[in-house]
Design a protein around this ligand. Structure first.
Ligand code: R1P
Ligand code: URA
Length: 326
């Protein structure tokens, strides 16, 4: 660490750069696409005006921020890595350096739970649930009786949290408008497709809490997917971030809504979220995406999310007051 930081509660350097994402005011746009990996981030940034970002920073903690304009609209692409905790770093630290309303869309890969949504399907979920491993179930002090009676469950499942309706609809419309034609060498020669209005589950692991089996570990997940599908008929995809993104947006919006009438509302605006999920793993037949297919989906989905973000209006007074990225 090179910078001198102050404030143990929310560390920032003298210019306001945050501890982990390491950006400051005027380096992050109000509209953000967040992705898991930096290759996808750079692929999307190639669609920026001029073919490249205006601002770029890879933090020491591996958060990559690329900010540019798409058809004149400022947008940031932020690669954050994987899992619940990185979403927390990303949302809180970007919120700290952006004034006004934010629209955050996660563009990620996922596993499919539906035979009709194979590799080549891009899913726009309407809502997301969170699945977490219940560590106490696996604790050596937990008794066999507690486990078999159901007094303690191996996984906890949250209530669903919605994405923003308008963002959902604009994402779906942009994907439909840019849908590529079928190619013999990709997706078994079949056309790609975009589907919406589904339920997603975000899990705290790629493995145990997504129902994957591994004889090297006790995971107690043999019927996890069946149980989830009984409870949520529309459950279509499994990935690792969307639920936490929706949760943090709801939490930020609740902080604004809880300000008593007559008291000043904090400068920070509301957060609206959306998600686009490219199926990389088909859990119903064990198929996995090829590198060429991945490239095709990322370009299609990437351009579509940029287009959708440009088309979701943020009234001027709710935008970043400083439109300069340096
Ligand atoms: C696991 O392979 C990762 O892929 C998915 C999951 O959510 C998890 O982050 O998303 P990304 O492709 O965006 O990383
Ligand atoms: N990402 C996930 O989290 N799960 C999958 O099955 C594929 C991608």
């Amino acid at each position: 660490m090179k910078e001198v930081l102050s404030n143990a509660n929310f560390p920032q350097d003298a210019q306001g750069r945050t501890y982990h994402v390491a950006t400051r005011a005027s380096q992050v746009a109000n509209r953000i696409i967040t992705v898991g990996d930096s290759v996808r981030a750079r692929r999307i940034a190639e669609c920026f005006d001029g073919g490249k970002p205006i601002f770029e920073h890879m933090s020491q903690r591996n958060f990559l921020t690329l900010t540019g304009t798409y058809k004149g609209c400022p947008i940031s692409v932020v690669a954050i890595g994987m899992g619940f905790s990185v979403v927390d770093f990303f949302v809180r630290e970007c919120r700290a350096v952006v004034e006004g309303e934010m629209i955050i869309v996660r563009l990620g890969s996922c596993g499919s739970l539906r035979p009709d949504y194979g590799i080549g399907t891009v899913v726009v979920p309407k809502t997301s649930i969170g699945i977490s491993r219940n560590y106490d179930y696996f604790h050596p002090a937990t008794t066999a009786q507690e486990r078999s009676s159901g007094a303690i469950e191996p996984y906890t499942v949250t209530k669903p949290l919605d994405c923003d309706d308008e963002v959902h609809d604009k994402l779906l419309a942009a994907l439909a408008a840019k849908q590529p034609k079928a190619e013999a060498s990709l997706f078994n020669g079949e056309s790609v497709k975009a589907v919406g209005n589904t339920t997603n589950a975000s899990a705290d692991s790629f493995y145990g809490s997504q129902g994957r089996t591994d004889p090297s570990f006790l995971d107690a997940n043999a019927n996890l997917i069946d149980v989830l599908q009984q409870r949520y008929r529309e459950l279509s995809t499994l990935e690792m971030e969307t639920f936490v993104l929706n949760h943090l947006a709801a939490s930020a919006n609740a902080a604004i809504d809880s300000v008593p009438a007559g008291q000043p509302v904090p400068q920070k605006g509301r957060i609206r979220t959306g998600a686009v999920q490219m199926i990389f793993a088909n859990r119903t037949n064990s198929a996995f995406i090829s590198p060429d297919e991945c490239h095709k989906l990322e370009v299609w989905a990437g351009e579509s999310v940029l287009e959708a973000l440009r088309n979701v209006d943020i009234p001027k007074e709710r935008l970043h007051p400083n439109g300069v990225w340096d």
